[in-house]
Structure formats: structure tokens, C-alpha cells
Design a binder for this molecule. Sequence first.
Ligand code: SAH
Length: 459
Amino acid sequence: MSNTVIPVKLGEQYEGTVVDVLYTGVGVIMVDDYPIHLENAFEGEKIRFEVTQVNRKFGRAKVVEIEVASPDRVDSGKDYLLEAGIAPYVNLAYDAQLRLKQQQVQKLYKAVGIDVDVAPTIGMDNPTHYRNKTVVPVKYVDGKLTTGFIKKRTPGDIVPLDDYFVNDEKIDQIIGIVRDILDAHKVSVFDDDTQEGEMRYIMVRRGYYSHEVMVVLVTQTPTLTDEDAIATDIAAAVAGIKSIILNHNPRSLHVLTSGDNRTLWGADAIHDKLLDIDFEIGPNSFYQVNPQTTEVLYDMAATKGELKESDTVIDAYSGIGTIGLTVADRVDKVLGVEVIERAVIDAQKNVANNNVQNAEFVTADAPEQMQKWKDGGLKPDVIFVDPPRRGLTEELLDAVADMNPDRFVYVSCNPETMARDARYLIDKGFRIKGDIQPLDQFPQTAHVEAVAVFEPIEK
Ligand code: SAH
């Protein structure tokens, strides 16, 4: 694109029709050939908008008025969740959210020239209050300690909130209890401007099956004044409490927790189950936040992988070993690779706690480890990958192609990089087996999870 003329002006209002909703959750209105991105805007809607940002490729705008609404729009009465960035699709009917996610995956595959069926998105029966973990900031507002969310546009302010809509309702209640205890002890709150004060965030994790609760007090300072009395009060007030941790995190406001934990009361970790496997969850463990759909996801990935008792299975990007451990009893051997050492230590603990004899996890960069396994002559039958949003590297995909597994199961949280990687793998002699299955791990948000299975054309 040379000499692009930007057809809109900053701060001005225009009118247009939403032609698409990208997988990032933003609606698109075209002004001539120039795309405008807006939140809370759904396909077919006629919208008056104000331009808030322009660059060469696209502009951003905010909705001024919805002149013609989509039949799929609902009035949730919870627009504060949009401002908080918690639930961008809260005003879109749930069946429309599921359809949208299916269409987005379909479009992204089409865009890389892959003609494949995308199954209807698997959703939740009750797509609210599903999260098993949350971290919230605390601040005094009019002399009262308040929990809520930080406004996206004015990061200094905190807006009080008691129902986060996507959290386990018990977690929301616990946040309130802990906040009031901290208030009663008149804790000081860290102020970014003066760099003084102690408390920063409250984090709560609660096991979906176990109902075990962990409360983490995230502080700017290595100790919290009255910490023992505070912990005693929390322990007495919170049902199911198993662990109270002080997380010392004196770093930038953008990192919520550090690796520096001290147990104030109870155990260092809690436990929960996923497909009947016990997982130990510490304050820093990466653990899927929607346990209900995660079980569906792993079960489906395993079914699509058509596991056999004689199979050697690789679990790449294994985190704390969730995929590998939940399939271990169906196969001969599981080899996992994960780059974060603490997660691998958790995975090894989970191997021992569940008496699993046939799974090993190593700390390494997945592409490098895959090359190493390949050079060592390993011939896996099934490879699972569950990479972060940036997807896979060509190095990893080359190793997969060289190892020529019977089945390659790709679990993805970003359908765009997934489609890119699918194109690469197909060009290397693989084909997609069956359809692509999207699954709604994060209802009310723009996140799309999908599973695809690939097999080599020549075995
Ligand atoms: N399968 C796990 C984790 C998936 S999240 C689960 O469902 O719980 C993706 C994981 O990839 C994270 O644990 C992250 O630490 C890991 N990761 C990121 N980059 C990596 C790399 N280069 N090599 C190996 N693992 C990596």
C-alpha cells in the first residue's frame, strides 16, 4: 500500500456497517478501503462511531450509538465488563458467540487456502462463573478498602466490582471477605506515585472438584504489617481454606505475581482433579482456568488422537503435565517437554502423586528438544502440541515432519497461528484428519480454542 490516504479524522464521528468481527474480538467497519476497529460491535450492525486512533493500516474508534442492532445483541446490563476488558462479548447472545468463533476459525483456514470443515463450537451449559482463579487490585476509595478493576483508559482509578461474572461465585465472595479483613487491619496499599505502602493484589484459587482454597496476598514489601493476625482471621472466615501465601512482588505494576512466596498459614499448595488425575497447584502454577471445558478439551484431544496401548506419545508445551498425565493410562509411554522449570517440577510431582510409571517431563525449548528426540531416533506414534499464542516454529514442524508420527494433535489458543502452521504442515505432506473442533474455553471473551488432527499422507 503506497501513499495511503486515511479517509477519517481523529475525533470525528462517522457512520458505517460492521462487516466482520475478527478473532481478536473487534468489529470492522470499512471506510472506503480503510478498516476501522471497534469493540462491542457485531456483524451487520449500523453504528455511529468516533475515531480515537489512526495509523497507516487501520483506525480505532469507539461506539457512539448503535443505530441498527444485530438480532444477536443482548442487553446484559453489564457494560462495565467491557470497560474492564473482562467480557468483551457480554452483549452477544451465547449461541451467537459460539457461531462467531466457528466462523472465525473457518475464515482463517480459508485465508491460507485450506478447505476444511470446522465443527460447531463446543460451548458450556452455563457459560458464566467458570474461572477457578482471579487476581484483583485493592485500593482505598473514600476511606474503604475496595476491590474491583482498573479502567482501561484511566489506569489509576479502581472501579468497585463484586460480581466478576466469569469467576467461580465462591471466589468473588472470598475476595470480599479477604478485602474486609484487610480493611479491618487497616493495611496500607502500595501507591505507584509515592512508591509507598504494602498491599497490591489479592489472588484466589479454588479447586473445582476439591473446593480447596488458596489466598495469595501480593505485596510490594517483603512483609505485611500484622500478617499473622490477618492470616488467622482469613483462615477462620473462609470456607475450604487450605493455604495462605504472601507473594512479595516489588516489580512493575504489569507483572501480577513474582516467584517469591512465603506460606503464612496452612499448605504451600492446593490440589484439584482433572479427568481423575490429581494436580498440585502452587501460587505460580500454570493451571487451566476453566476446569470444566479443559476436561472436555483434553478428552476430545485424546479421542481424536485415537490412542492405543502401544503408543509412544509426546506432549510438547506440557505445562504442569496436564495432557500427558491424563492420557498416560491409555498409552505405552509419555514424553513431555516444557520450557519453564518450575512447571516441569510440578509435572514431576504430579507424576509421583498419581503413581504414574510411564511419563517423563524435561525442561527444554520444545523445538530444540523435538530435534534432539528426532536425532536420537525417537519414533513417536502421537504428538500433542499445546503452544502459546505465537504458535509453532518451523524448526518444530520440521522435526514433526521428519519423525512422521501417525497422528499430530494440535491444541491451539490462537486460530491464526494455527492456520499458518497447518499450511506449513500440509505443504510438508500432511493432511487434516476429520474436521477442526473449536471449543469455548473462555465464554464471554474473544478467545478461541481449537483442536486439529493431522496425519502424514505417506506413512
Ligand atoms: N498443556 C499445558 C500448558 C499449555 S500453555 C496445559 O494445558 O496446562 C503453553 C505452555 O507452553 C506454557 O506452559 C509455556 O510455559 C510453554 N512454553 C512456551 N514456550 C515454550 C517453548 N519454547 N518450549 C517449551 N514450552 C514452552
